[in-house]
Design a protein around this ligand. Sequence first.
Ligand code: GLN
Length: 193
Amino acid sequence: VARVGVLALQGDVREHTRILAGLGADPVLVRRPEELAAVDALVIPGGESSVIDKLSRMFALQQPIRAAIAEGMPVLGTCAGLIMLADEVLDAIDGQESFGGMDVAVRRNAFGRQTESFETTLDVPALGRHPVSATFIRGPVVERVGAKADVLATLDDGRIVAVEQGALIGLSFHPEISGETRFHERLLDRVRR
Ligand code: GLN
């Protein structure tokens, strides 16, 4: 059974642990370096990236997470989690840092305010024929995709909202809120490889 950490500093941690448990994985809340060291993969939830950044430094998790990413640990980041995985963050709050790992630039809050949240369906060819139902809540958009990263999904207007690089998956939206499990399954698949 894959032990999958959910970074539990801030954000929608519980939705992710539910989906992981439903898939037969063993979800582990990660707040300390020792907890990170004991997992096979990591989910970085949605929330507020500047807060996740600040707390991860306060809890001495920033460097261990960067090292785990560099060593190839599979990581799924949703919304704020995608921001944390991006090498470059546009419209960052003063001094905000990311873990990095994905050769992409993302712009925070690219879809406007909380009240402009929306739900839509997306074609994600990598996940098969059935469209993904995606919830956007003040999500980021991917504005640059470097040579090492791949686009997994775009909106109808062409804006990039899902990317992948090796064992890293980054989503602008929240599959965990709409009950979409296939990105978590893909993460578990990366653990098995
Ligand atoms: N706007 C948030 C941020 O910049 C992300 C929103 C979310 O995770 N739903 O971190």
